[in-house]
Design a protein around this ligand. Structure first.
Ligand SMILES: C[S@@+](CC[C@H](N)C(=O)[O-])C[C@H]1O[C@@H](n2cnc3c(N)ncnc32)[C@H](O)[C@@H]1O
Length: 168
């Protein structure tokens, strides 16, 4: 599992609880947060206090630099939760690498898709790389995408524009 954006640890605790309750052998929840000290380490302290350090590790760097390193090291994730930088180019780069880090058929979940920057970045992958929307049964700012069961590079000739709202 790869999670980007720890902050106060709310999502990380929920994800780690789900991993532990599944009893997954050798689970590795990689949490990336470049600015955890700005939260006075509250998120990481919560993970430690919950006794989750066997399952979780924290990489204190920008995800845009960590993800390519994980990829180069052969890391493969079943799923990713994206809630780090909300700047368009950073989200896009995160998703570019997650497309290769998350196994075919795996899941990518994003928070804060009400923001055009986040929604536009993921829209590219939806329209151009076959990421399929997984529906939630209630209104939410989260979006979940199932990756194709086979990773295929799209042809540049079939490129589809992906802006969600051009604004003014
Ligand atoms: C919205 S908060 C995450 C909230 C958390 N997921 C939760 O549910 O409590 C965003 C987090 O992303 C981190 N962040 C921002 N830019 C980042 C980057 N480029 N790389 C890694 N982490 C980043 C911030 O330090 C912050 O902790």
């Amino acid at each position: 599992m790869i999670e980007i954006g720890l902050a106060y640890g709310a999502s990380a605790l929920a994800v780690a609880e789900a991993i532990v309750s599944q009893g997954i052998e050798g689970a590795d929840h990689v949490i990336i947060d470049a600015f955890q000290e700005e939260f006075h380490d509250a998120g990481w302290d919560a993970i430690v206090a919950a006794g989750l350090t066997e399952v979780c590790r924290l990489l204190r760097e920008r995800s845009q630099l960590v993800l390519p390193r994980l990829l180069g090291g052969g890391f493969v994730a079943d799923a990713a939760f994206v809630d780090g930088s909300h700047i368009f180019h950073n989200v896009f780069v995160d998703l570019f690498f997650l497309r290769e880090l998350v196994r075919p058929g795996g899941l990518v979940v994003l928070d804060d898709c009400q923001w055009p920057s986040v929604a536009t970045a993921v829209r590219y992958f939806e329209l151009n790389t076959g990421w399929a929307v997984e529906r939630f049964d209630r209104e939410t700012r989260l979006r979940a995408y199932r990756l194709p069961s086979v990773r295929v590079e799209p042809s540049f000739e079939s490129f589809r524009w992906f802006g969600v709202d051009r604004g003014s």
